[in-house]
Design a protein around this ligand. Structure first.
Ligand code: SDX
Length: 431
């Protein structure tokens, strides 16, 4: 980071402190407070990091007010329309759009690393059949460090690259096998003659009893969903991966931590929670009842798939997802899908309501994704695993960026302590 030419002055009592200001290529300036505690003896306080930049990055930029999402400078709507997931993976990992030969080499590398160590089949058998696929994914990905320990040395650039490709390549197999295990069907192995999205669909829906032809409509929709979820700057799960990585933990353990964080209904688990909410609403005439609940301070209910820490305008991914929902459901002949009808009417009524307008609550990436995934044949329990599969490249790209940063150090926040001051132990007979 270049030395800052600008600074802000902080006055505490009779002392003043200069805080360097760094200007980004996009977005707001940042105040550099790294030396604040050493100079002024005070901490800053920002639970939830609403005003805190945890790092510098060149990967993804979000303008929440304009509803803009850029991956290495390219707008998400252009990538969703013109690119495809593995090309977006290359862009996120290496910083530029590949040439035809570079892309072919990358796709071949990923395609030829989709199989899991055969011993991992037995690892799956340790779970109960009714285990949530996210529980299985968290466990299996964490266990990868026991099966692929030849790519766990984070200080070896080659091993970092091998671990990156292994995670991106194997995540569809891991997710598909979690699904197959939960429905008691045999695992379907990946095929090298299929593209990334088609391979995933086949591993999820093929059975040994008959041939399975991938529907190109579903494959294109699946690939687009992967692209829309690929990365999103310093969201909760990416920040989890960065914090776990800052201790020097191996990449498989760090990605498993990201999967665990993503599972929460306030984050990646919202796609499952949103579809379950839309089904609970059931019909458009019940929408006012649920909007009233979402506005009621005494009711913990929130409209799942609505609101965002950064977007105070439309989430550009939600716009693309909504278009895709219309296309996919029409092509599948389920355009009269009652859940989609409830989703569209709910969006209209919420956006017309002053509460949502004042709080700048708009549909986010999770609002329409579940409608498409259900129409494609996935159970709600597979929605967040698909999000995790898609986001693996984002986590990995951010992990590689952090590991390569010479300023990288262990993340160790401080606190505002409001507990007891020091006091002496009291023997039990005197309590
Ligand atoms: C993802 O960070 C990322 O980039 C995440 C993500 C990614 O790609 O990685 O984009 C993916 O996680 C999308 C978000 C999915 N989650 C949901 O859809 C769950 C429902 N949304 C909310 O829980 C909430 O909007 C969050 C968690 C997404 C954001 O919460 P914030 O930024 O902490 O905002 P907040 O909770 O402080 O809410 C601000 C106000 C509050 O009211 P007041 O206390 O000011 O009176 O808005 C209200 C909230 O009560 N509010 C909602 C609401 N979301 C916020 N009210 C009703 N319904 C909602 N959905």
């Amino acid at each position: 980071m270049a030395d800052s030419q600008k600074s802000a002055t902080l006055t505490l009592g009779d002392q003043s402190f200069e805080l360097p200001i760094h200007s980004p290529t996009e977005g707001p300036d940042v105040l550099d407070i790294r030396k604040l505690y050493g100079q002024a003896g005070v901490f800053t306080y920002d639970p939830g990091f609403t005003s805190t930049a945890s790092c510098d990055s060149t990967i993804t930029f979000i303008d929440g007010n304009q509803g803009v999402l850029l991956h290495r400078g390219y707008p998400i709507d252009q990538l969703a329309e013109k690119s495809h997931y593995l090309e977006v993976c290359y862009l996120l990992l290496y910083g530029f759009l590949p040439s035809a030969s570079q892309l072919e080499e990358f796709e071949s590398l990923v395609t030829n690393h989709t199989m899991l160590h055969e011993q991992m089949v037995y690892f799956y058998r340790g779970f109960r059949r009714d285990a949530h696929p996210m529980a299985i994914m968290t466990g299996v990905v964490g266990a990868m460090s026991a099966f692929y320990h030849d790519s766990t040395d984070i200080h070896d650039a080659h091993q970092r690259e091998v671990a990156s490709i292994r995670l991106i390549a194997k995540m569809p197999t891991i997710a598909a096998w979690a699904y197959k295990f939960s429905i008691g069907q045999p695992f379907v192995y990946p095929r090298n003659d299929l593209d990334y999205a088609s391979n995933f669909l086949r591993m999820c829906f093929a059975v040994p009893a008959e041939d399975y032809e991938v529907n190109p409509i579903l494959s294109r929709a699946m690939d687009r969903i992967f692209t829309l979820h690929a990365d999103h700057e310093q969201n909760a799960s990416t920040s989890t991966v960065r914090l776990a990585s800052s201790s020097g933990a191996n990449p498989f353990a760090c990605i498993a931590a990201g999967i665990a964080c993503l599972w929460g209904p306030a984050h990646g688990g919202a796609n499952q929670a949103c579809l379950e909410m839309l089904k609970e609403i059931g019909s458009v005439d019940r929408i006012p009842e649920f909007i009233a609940r979402a506005k009621d301070k005494d009711d913990p209910f929130r409209l799942m798939g609505f609101g965002h820490r950064v977007y105070k305008n439309f989430d550009p991914r939600a716009k693309v997802m909504k278009q895709s929902a219309d296309e996919v459901l029409e092509l599948l002949g389920v355009e009269n899908n009652p859940v989609l009808a409830v989703a569209k009417e709910l969006e209209q009524q919420a956006l017309a309501d002053p509460y949502f307008a004042e709080k700048k609550l708009f549909p986010n990436v999770d609002f329409y994704s579940g409608v498409i995934l259900e129409a494609m044949g996935f159970p709600t329990s597979m929605f967040t695993p698909i999000f995790a599969l898609s986001r693996t490249v984002g986590w990995i790209s951010q992990w590689k960026e952090m590991i390569a940063d010479p300023q990288n150090k262990i993340g160790r926040p401080r606190q505002l302590y409001l507990g007891e001051t020091q006091r002496d132990y009291v023997d039990i007979e005197n309590r």
